[in-house]
Ligand binder design. Structure first.
Ligand code: PLP
Length: 481
């Protein structure tokens, strides 16, 4: 059957575009789906590869599809109301303490509730768990370490794992030595040590707004206060806004997630990150950079670490394998810059060492090359899920709802009408077998009461579709009130 009309005056590449759009309308290509390769479609339509390429480039320019390097072209979600920056409407607030602890507890509890689709926690690995590869490697480790498997490890962790982590920084141009790295119990312990290195009880820490609720809880548990900095949905913290805050408040340190913010999914450009580091170092303020999502970028290139731009050693880098391999292993790390010795002392005092079996397993995982292969698949699956979820929410939620377009990570940030209280909605959603994270827990000043964070770190299934449909019904109900 002739799919294109070669005698028509309509350009062939335009006919390819029409063809793709028709297939989409028929439901053959859905959000997140991979389009046929250039060669395959050129054969199928009996036209040249450059003509198909021209059509794909035009579709990409129109925002209908996106390209993944060395992989191909993929469909984007359609008619999504994308969440835009709202600097004009953003209200500055003074240093404050956190108030919604019990709600955070309920968000955590909801992941273990029976018959509940858990979309409340950010667990990207859940999309494609590497459990089999890690179990195989752990068996290998057990067979060779004998009694060492139950003994204490070195305070700063296994040297081979540290070396493997250091090599990854060196590949990015950062001069990190394996001796500069301290292995921790997840990123959370790294953040805790970093905060204790640079600030004390009563001090003010600048955070992104919105930011990960675990950072807020941690700051509060250390008796510190937070001041929120306006954070753009696309590019993260804006240096100009940060400078205003630094001038106005006595900020002791900044804690930012510039390589994919949770919950916004924003990602600073390398240039913006460089400017940010230069700014904080100009004011002699330490920057604690939480990098847990830096491997889960949807952009062409991996973001450069903030550490690369530090001239005064004031950047403290915290990260972990929780979002990229195994959250249950609780293996993270800290590169503490000029605070290294103090950080080692705090680690020793606080938890002495970190589980060795998991460190050895991850070290083998990195060395075997399997980790990097896994990350490639994980990023692709997450970006697919992100588009599917954006399309589904657009379909099932009220039309006025706006959705973030994440540049990485595993969550969507969704804004409902201003009167919708997503905390109330959360309780009704739980009763109906679906959980999410209510917006209020991402800010100490209650800025995001009408927002919700929905995780797309899931294995896509009919159950997930049903859960989003149920959630959409509840949001519609609350929007009418
Ligand atoms: C931004 C951010 N930082 C830190 C953490 C905690 O990481 P870990 O599980 O390695 O302690 C999380 C977990 O959700 C996170 O989203």
């Amino acid at each position: 059957m002739q799919l294109l009309d070669k005698s028509s005056s309509n350009f062939l590449y335009q006919q390819v575009i029409d063809y793709v759009e028709k297939q989409e309308k028929k439901g053959v290509f859905q959000a997140g789906d991979k389009l046929p390769s250039l060669r395959k479609l050129s054969k199928q339509l009996d036209i040249s590869v450059p003509t198909v390429k021209q059509a794909y480039i035009e579709l990409e320019r129109q925002g209908a599809i996106y390209a993944r390097p060395q992989s191909g072209y993929y469909m984007k979600a359609k008619q999504v109301r994308t969440l835009l920056p709202m600097r004009d409407r953003w209200l500055h607030s003074s240093p404050a303490e956190l108030q919604c602890r019990s709600l955070i507890e309920q968000v955590y509890a909801a992941i273990h509730l029976p018959n509940t689709v858990a979309l409340g926690l950010s667990n990207p690995v859940n999309t494609h768990p590497p459990d089999k590869a890690l179990s195989r490697l752990m068996k290998g480790v057990l067979s060779r370490v004998s009694e060492k498997s139950v003994s204490y490890g070195a305070v700063n962790g296994d040297s081979k794992l540290r070396l493997n982590i250091a090599l990854r920084y060196q590949e990015q141009g950062v001069a990190v030595n394996y001796d500069d790295i301290i292995i921790t119990n997840g990123a959370q312990e790294a953040l805790s040590i970093a905060l204790q290195c640079v600030a004390s009880k009563g001090d003010v820490i600048a955070v992104e707004s919105p930011c990960y609720f675990g950072q807020l809880e941690l700051i509060e548990s250390l008796g510190m206060k937070v001041v929120e900095v306006y954070t753009c949905t696309e590019n993260g913290v804006c240096s100009k806004e940060l400078e205003k805050v630094l001038k106005k408040h006595n900020v002791k340190a900044c804690l930012f997630t510039t390589t994919v913010n949770n919950p916004l999914g924003s990602l600073m450009t390398n240039m913006e990150r460089k400017e940010l580091v230069e700014l904080v170092e100009k004011y002699n303020i330490p920057l604690i950079e939480d990098e847990v999502y830096s491997e889960l970028y949807f952009t062409e290139e991996k973001p450069k670490p903030a550490e690369l731009y530090s001239k005064k050693g004031l950047v403290l880098t915290c990260s972990s394998f929780s979002k990229t391999a195994a959250p249950g292993y609780r293996i993270g790390w800290l590169v503490a810059g000029k605070y290294e010795e103090k950080a080692k002392g705090i680690k020793r005092a606080q938890s002495c060492s970190t589980a060795m079996l998991q460190q050895w397993t991850l070290s083998d995982y990195l060395m075997s090359g399997e980790y990097d292969k896994y990350l490639q698949v994980l990023r692709r699956k997450l970006q697919y899920n992100s588009e599917r979820m954006r399309a589904l929410i657009t379909e099932q939620f009220p039309t006025e709802v706006c959705i973030s377009e994440p540049k990485g990570g595993g969550v969507l940030w969704v804004r409902c009408r201003s009167h919708v209280d997503t905390e109330k909605l959360f309780h009704e959603a739980i009763e109906n077998g679906v959980s999410f994270a209510p917006g209020i827990i991402f800010s100490p000043s209650g800025k995001y009461n009408n927002f919700m964070r929905i995780s797309f770190g899931v294995q896509w299934s009919d159950e997930v579709v049903k859960a989003i449909t149920t959630l959409g019904g509840i949001v519609k109900k609350y929007s009418q009130k």
